[in-house]
Design a protein around this ligand. Sequence first.
Ligand SMILES: Cc1ncc(COP(=O)(O)O)c(C=O)c1O
Length: 328
Amino acid sequence: MSVTLTPRVLKAEEVLDHLRALRSRQPVRYWAFYSSQLGGIVTDPALMVIPFDDHMVHRGHGVFDTAAIVDGRIYDLEAHLDRFIRSATTSRLTLPCTREEMRDVIARTAAASGKRDGSIRYWISAGPGSLGLPPAAGAEPGFFVMIHAGLAYPDTWYSKGLRVMTTTYPIKPPLYAVTKSTNYLPNILMQMEAQEAGLDNGVFVDEAGNVGESSNMNVAFVTRDGILKHPKFDHILSGCTSLRLLELAHGLEGNLLRGVEVCDVPVAEARGAREMLLIGSSIKVAPIVEWDGKPIGDGTPGPIARALFDVLAQDMRSARDRLLDVPY
Ligand SMILES: Cc1ncc(COP(=O)(O)O)c(C=O)c1O
């Protein structure tokens, strides 16, 4: 029973015991956590906590971003920090420190994890001090960094492909879609809806009938005449993985692709694509083989999904100008 029906006032040590019990009931793979509020790094998941009255918790006033640790280096952190700071600005959050200090804390927290491969997530919160809407007077913005095992996806997503549906939930208005805030309610509902329908994920479509994005991934297409088409980034999150892949994809031109375009992608046109791709930091590149019960192309994973996965995997290990050494 996780809800105590006859609660009493607890001593501080009991709280710690209960936080540890919570973690032992549900083990997690979180390796290191920095909190500006705790004043340092903890490695015991029971201590990875945030005050309840921080506005990020009870009002969703916070932003976050990610990065990957690949063989002891952090990949493409600057692109993610650009988006992180943009999201904080749009959300009218005060930066807790300079960009250089954030980068340094992220790298040091990664080092404290001791892990050479893993995922990083970091947040800026509005801070604690009230249960109101605007940040409390004197609220100090929080900065948090989590080093964790990352989201795991089944191998079959890559070998056999995914099946998706157009979600019945409305796409976020552009201002909120381009901001990586901690409010992911539409994204969560979309994924739950797809899973309940026996599918792998959903796709947002905008009011004009153009393809948007998926739950925590971008979507792209390869047309029958070999053009890689990606929806414009004015009404969806500008995925760091997509932006990098759109550059790297030029390397496939002349061989597998005839061109690369960022443009509106009407659903009617998208349904006739030869390949449909899911793209993001956690999934990298995976083929979608079925959308709303109809096959994409011949209903099997295509060569561009595989080729883009490979160029990205290689970039993550070898693009020296995009790799930051973790100071273990
Ligand atoms: C809604 C949404 N779209 C797209 C993406 C893909 O972005 P990235 O490639 O930076 O992981 C993400 C993940 O951050 C996301 O949450």
